[in-house]
Write a protein that binds this ligand. Structure first.
Ligand code: ADP
Length: 599
């Protein structure tokens, strides 16, 4: 191995042991002790067998035909050791390993889920991080427990190896070292295997991700309509086959190469043992070496060869494990991209603040500028509408206000405090949101509405939120009303997209945040219901701040202030009337839509 590989291996072992230690200290210590004991037992039982054989032969040679107490004592010693071996195996494999495996898996899944839930949106939008996440769920997490076991097994084999070397040293000063040397070819081949399988794994990651994507598409309820109508399922099935063949091809190549080589060390090792026995046979026949001793030496020789190659192959397994689970450590060390200042600025009261954008520019990582020197302000309780063509940067503007991203230049001020100085959890106490990509939770109606708030059981508030959003109408028709389970996954009622959107709106209303941010909140709702929702909204949010993105001028026109975004810049702003008088882009967009309705 290269120096760097050795360094990675030892760092990996150290990190893996620290995970095992963190999962359960008691099981770690018990397993370590039992593994060490397991390592010493083959030497002890081998020695007990030697004593037993020599004792039988010398007793028989003395013409004694009854079982002497010395012989009986040795026999008892030998079988007592076997009982210990059996107990240790049963306790270790049936109890310690099984129970710790369950606990470890639960711990790993939970810590990884916790980590994922703390990641920034930007992490999810980065293809490398996406690859990393899919790799750790696919491979790294399931591999940590075997990796811990492999380290323990390496410890067991190393203990047996050292024990049998010491036993052999008392017989010959060179034999154990030649035995170790003979196993070196196996180490080289095993190391190559680890490198191979790693490179397949790394090389096929994009294909695996695509495979997962295509498979999901064939199963996704929402995609079914399109795949059936457009007849695209045949295309996706073919893509699945192409990806599978590519992955399989990449995987088989190195395995075949490995199989072509592995017979070499196996033959070398066995020829070596045969040769040593042949060399010592005259000494045994002359009586210079006892039968028990030569049996013990052969057994220890086998142990040295087996265990030095076992240690090699364990190290190779550990090395391979590390290549995969290094991703887990990289993942667990991902740093937040949007950083909170500690302790940061906290406001005394949670009430509608003054919001100011000052020359805000923003670009997505490696992307062109999406917001360019955007400046505007919103007074407490003001209703602001953001309009503009697709891709103008409207959603992005909202995202930076929610600090899902930090602005690239300029600043966003909340009551004259820079947003970057306010801890996000504190800022989120001020805002409620509804995005275009809102969630449809397969939970009860009650949970869907109340989950966003700390206060989960305010019946009156929940019903009021449902009234405001227009959801109450269909909820009241359910036999279980607010306790109705939703979503097909759990045998619940399925809603139409518009009904889901009303429910998501109710969730946003229930929170009663001082600032409500809505990104096309009524895109799937009919015009009449939309007008009613906005009327409700304008009343309920009379003294609160409302920021919404909409393409429907019937709702936009009622806002206190409207900003028109185009190519990331504010091209116009003002009230509906002033913008119409201005006869600019807003007036043209408004007239086009109005004409569509009138014609
Ligand atoms: P709008 O809401 O006005 O339709 P968006 O704010 O969604 O516009 O998008 C503005 C521009 O930013 C578009 O060109 C879009 O392609 C780009 N964009 C949006 N989201 C991302 C992202 N996560 N990564 C890179 N570019 C993005």
């Amino acid at each position: 191995m290269t120096q760097k590989q050795n360094k990675n291996l030892f760092k990996g072992i150290r990190d893996t042991i620290s995970v095992a230690w963190a999962i359960d200290k008691k099981f770690f210590l018990i397993t370590a002790l039992l593994m060490l004991l397991g390592g010493l037992l083959p030497v002890f039982t081998g020695y007990a067998s030697k004593l037993f054989l020599d004792s039988i032969i010398s007793t028989a040679a003395g013409g004694i035909t009854i079982v002497t107490s010395a012989l009986l004592g040795i026999l008892v010693f030998r079988y007592a050791l076997y009982i210990i071996v059996e107990f240790r195996n049963v306790y270790l494999y049936e109890y310690v390993q099984r129970s710790s495996r369950l606990k470890a898996q639960a711990w790993l899944n939970l810590t990884a889920s916790q980590k994922i839930s703390g990641l920034d949106l930007q992490h999810f939008e980065n293809p490398e991080t996406q690859d990393l996440i899919s790799k750790i769920w696919r491979d790294a997490l399931g591999r940590i427990i075997p990796a811990i076991n492999n380290i323990f097994f390496a410890g067991t084999y190393a203990t047996t190896l050292i024990g049998s070397i010491l036993a052999l040293l008392s017989f010959s000063s060179w034999l154990p070292f030649v035995a170790i040397a003979i196993t070196i070819p196996r180490l080289i081949i095993l190391r190559d295997r680890a490198d191979f399988s790693w490179s397949i794994f790394d090389r096929t990651a994009p294909e695996s991700r695509k495979l997962g994507y295509y498979t999901d598409l064939t199963q996704d309820k929402d995609a079914v309509i399109e795949t059936r109508i457009f007849g695209t399922q045949g295309y996706f099935l073919n893509q699945i086959k192409v990806m599978q063949e590519k992955i399989l091809g990449e995987t088989l190549k190195p395995i075949q190469k490995y199989l072509g080589k592995i017979w070499i060390p196996t033959i070398m090792e066995n020829v070596f043992i045969f040769f040593i026995i042949y060399l010592k046979l005259p000494a045994v026949l002359s009586g210079a070496i006892s039968i028990g001793t030569i049996t013990f030496v052969i057994q220890m020789l086998n142990e040295v060869i087996d265990n030095s190659s076992n240690v090699h192959s364990q190290l190779s397994n550990i090395y391979e494990d590390q290549l995969y689970i290094a991703n887990y450590f990289t993942f667990m060390n991902l740093q937040p991209l949007v950083k909170d200042k500690e302790p940061g600025h906290r406001f005394e009261e949670i009430k509608p603040p003054k919001i100011g954008f000052q020359n805000v520019s923003f670009e997505y990582p490696n992307g062109p500028a999406v917001l360019k020197k955007v400046s505007f302000s919103i007074q407490p309780g003001e209703h602001l509408a953001i309009v503009g063509p697709n891709g103008a940067g409207k959603t992005t503007l909202v995202k930076v206000l929610l600090r899902l991203y930090d602005v690239s230049k300029g600043s966003i001020l909340i009551n004259d405090v820079d947003l970057r100085d306010i801890p996000r959890t504190h800022w989120y106490e001020f805002v409620g949101t509804l995005f275009q990509s809102f969630q449809k939770y397969a939970l009860t109606v009650r949970e869907n509405i109340t989950m966003s708030s700390k206060e989960k059981d305010n019946e009156e508030k929940m019903k009021k939120a449902a009234q405001l959003s227009g959801a109450a109408e269909f909820i009241e028709k359910f036999s279980k009303k607010y306790e109705q389970q939703l979503g097909r996954q759990f045998d619940g009622e399925e809603l139409s997209v518009g009904q889901w959107q009303k429910l998501a709106l109710a969730r946003a209303f229930y929170e009663e945040a001082p600032v409500l941010i809505l990104d096309e909140p009524t895109s799937a709702i009919d015009a009449e219901a939309e007008a009613e929702i906005f009327e409700n909204l304008n009343n309920a949010y009379k003294h609160k701040t409302l920021i919404f993105i909409s393409h429907r001028f019937s709702t936009v026109r009622n806002a206190d202030k409207i900003i028109v975004l185009k190519d990331g810049e504010i091209v116009e702003s003002g009230t509906h009337q002033s913008l119409i008088d201005n006869k600019g882009i807003y007036a043209r967009m408004f007239q086009k839509q109005a004409k569509g309705y009138i014609d």
